[in-house]
Design a protein around this ligand. Structure first.
Ligand code: PLP
Length: 410
């Protein structure tokens, strides 16, 4: 697996603080401007009409002054340019959330009559639900990585994987997966690794998706999503985005561009703490199993010997909350929260045990984090049987599960 931006012209750390800011000197600015305009004056409506026609037919980023913010926004364009540079792709297209980004990708392929998706579990619970629920008319075949090639059909539009996966941190050999896909685009959700640890496009993935809500933003205060890809696919994504309206708000784009500049430093610091916590957890008798990716990263998952609900209930410094990738540490119980929408049998068969806790390690001092985990683990009373996935029974239908999770994150 690629571990850094070694093939880029400049190093990843340099790109992180400079990409998307190329025109600032010409504009006489040091910090990137925030453009909140929804519309832009047009004193030449023939020229503007031509730009709209060009966009409608090609999906190419319009040249010249912007027209309307659902079509094109300069602040969002900066974030897209920067992320494409970090992932080593030609283009990137930003959306209101990670789920909006996945939706647009499925719509692009669906519009071509390619509604079949091959996917490897586990995926983030809502991604699993979006593929499997039929909400977008998608039909999914779930396979192990070794079964990708055999599952591909003439109407397969996409192969989707996460590596490291949410929440088990299971890893997939990206190069082998891309090889198995043949001509079918491989979509890698790179939210957990970020381009700091892995650049899937260099291993043959045609589409690299992020919940920008997580590490790219990095401060737990922005919702966003982005797909890094070649310009041909980006044009189709822009057309879908314009037609369906799932655009990223420019203020979110501004914060995401700012977040990118510290991404390498944040990910490396949090990863060092996560690796240390994974070591201490692995030596602890109150923990049955620890999951930590070979490529590293700031996520660690572990199965508790005691009741995981009681452990979560006892943390004081770490916040018991969904989401991940923030400067502060978060912990959650996937079977009850992020993956509650996935049927119990599917959760269990993909390694999401009812004892599993998933922790997103932040930038606090590692000894303070360990002190909190240490006291919280002692609060988990010994279990003889598997704990319930949640204090209340999970709704049975996917619609009811969707409603139950409507207010939840990930
Ligand atoms: N992909 C992964 C791996 C996630 O963890 C999440 C959310 O947690 C998403 C996608 C969806 O992103 P968002 O919440 O920004 O829609």
């Amino acid at each position: 697996m690629e571990t850094n931006a070694q093939t880029a012209r400049r190093s990843l750390a340099t790109e992180a603080v400079h990409a998307g800011r190329e025109d600032l000197a010409r504009l006489g600015l040091h910090a990137p401007p925030l453009d909140l305009s929804t519309t832009y004056p047009s004193y030449d409506s023939r020229a503007e009409a031509a730009r709209i026609d060009e966009f409608a037919t090609t999906g190419a980023r319009p040249e010249g002054p912007p027209v309307y913010s659902r079509l094109d926004n300069p602040t969002t364009a900066r974030f897209e340019t920067a992320l494409a540079r970090l992932e080593g792709t030609e283009s990137a297209v930003a959306f209101a959330s990670g789920m909006a980004a996945l939706t647009a990708t499925l719509l692009v392929r669906g519009a071509m009559g390619l509604r079949h998706v091959v996917a490897v579990r586990p995926l983030y619970g809502c991604s699993d639900h979006l593929l499997g629920s039929g909400l977008l008319g998608t039909e999914v075949t779930w396979v192990d990585p070794a079964g990708i090639a055999d599952a591909i059909r003439p109407d397969t539009g996409l192969v989707m994987i996460e590596s490291p996966a949410n929440p088990t941190l299971a890893e997939i050999d990206l190069r082998a997966a891309a090889h198995s896909c043949g001509e079918v685009p491989l979509l890698v959700d790179n939210t957990f690794a970020t381009p700091v640890l892995q650049r899937p496009a260099e291993s043959g993935a045609r589409l690299v998706l992020h919940s920008a809500t997580k590490y790219l933003g990095g401060h737990g205060d922005v919702l966003g999503g982005i797909v890094a890809c070649d310009e041909d696919f980006a044009r189709k994504l822009r057309q879908v985005r314009f037609a369906t309206g799932g655009v990223l708000h420019p203020l979110a784009a501004y914060l995401l561009l700012r977040g990118l500049s510290t991404l390498p430093v944040r990910v490396r610091a949090a990863s060092a703490s996560a690796a240390e916590l994974a070591r201490r957890l692995a030596d602890d008798p109150r923990v049955e199993r620890v999951h930590y990716p070979r490529i590293g990263g700031a996520m660690v998952a572990f199965e508790t010997a005691g009741d995981p609900h009681e452990v979560i209930g006892a943390v004081r410094l770490i916040t018991p909350a969904v989401s991940l990738g923030s400067v502060d540490s978060l912990i959650q119980h996937p079977a009850s929260i992020s993956h509650r929408i996935v049927a119990e049998g599917d959760r269990h068969s993909s390694g999401v045990s009812d004892r599993l806790l998933r922790m997103s390690v932040g930038l606090e001092d590692v000894d303070d984090l360990w002190a909190d985990l240490d006291q919280a683990l002692s609060a988990g009373s010994p279990l003889t049987a598997a704990p319930a996935s949640a204090p209340v029974a999970a709704p049975r239908t996917s619609a009811a599960r969707a409603a139950a999770r409507a207010a939840a994150g990930n």
